[in-house]
Design a protein around this ligand. Structure first.
Ligand code: PGA
Length: 233
């Protein structure tokens, strides 16, 4: 069983979500399929894929115009939330500390956080990939609370049509697994994300410690998403 999570980012519509759920209901898979959709689509979502959000407030409730709390997400039916996606880190200045607080909020309200870590191109060029990944996990993942999912997303490869080598992915995921084990979170699922598509999904998911994938662009259309799910049944 693998975890196949789609991140729709700021894309999609109620009609598109209904079409996707309909297409997903026709396939036979043991994999856990999650769709992380814009806030507006969560409450109306019905179907086989579990629904997740793409961000959550660090606050519980109150005067925070525009924010959405973990309790509201749970109320709307979200079971998962992506926290610390590179676009949140890049455009909203989210640090590992903020990401950990968001993950903690999700856990408090029974939502599983999908916590993203990964290096930028500059960090990669400076030879800091492993350091960034390790500190990302240590500082972004809460030490207690319920189960979490971690996603390794090399930031330079997102939406770029390129991926690290299999050996690089294996090294990153092994480091993440070891770091999580030291934190008492051994066995946490670790997803790979960045430029996953039907053509590379099976190979990516055969790499040690790759327990599934987090898919951006190729999760928007069922013709692209279903081959990823079926790459490993
Ligand atoms: P991509 O995005 O699959 O379009 O590269 C991945 C992500 O941002 O989660």
């Amino acid at each position: 069983m693998k975890i196949i999570a789609g991140n729709w980012k700021m894309n999609g519509s109620a009609v598109a979500l209904r079409e996707m759920q309909d297409a997903l209901s026709k396939i036979d898979t043991e994999n856990r399929v999650i769709l992380c959709v814009p806030f507006t689509l969560i409450a109306g979502a019905h179907g086989v894929a579990a629904i997740g959000a793409q961000d959550v407030s660090v606050h519980d409730h109150g005067a925070f115009t525009g924010e959405v709390s973990a309790q509201m997400l749970a109320d709307a039916g979200a079971k998962y939330v992506i926290v610390g996606h590179s676009e949140r880190r890049m455009y909203h200045g989210e640090t590992n500390d903020v990401v950990r607080e968001k993950a903690q909020m999700a856990l408090t309200h029974g939502i599983t956080p999908i916590i993203c870590v990964g290096e930028t191109m500059d960090e990669r060029d400076a030879g800091k990939t492993m350091e960034i990944i390790e500190s990302g996990v240590r500082e972004s993942v809460p030490v207690d609370g319920g189960d979490v999912i971690v996603a390794y997303e090399p930031r330079w490869a997102i939406g770029a049509g390129i991926t690290p080598t299999d050996d690089e992915i294996a090294a990153a995921h092994t480091l993440i697994a070891e770091t999580l084990a030291k934190m008492g979170r051994g066995g946490t699922p670790i997803l790979y994300g960045a430029s996953v598509k039907g053509g590379n999904a099976a190979k990516l998911m055969s790499i040690p410690h790759v327990d599934g994938v987090l898919v951006g662009g190729a999760s928007l259309k069922s013709d692209d998403f279903i081959p990823i799910i079926m790459a490993t049944k």
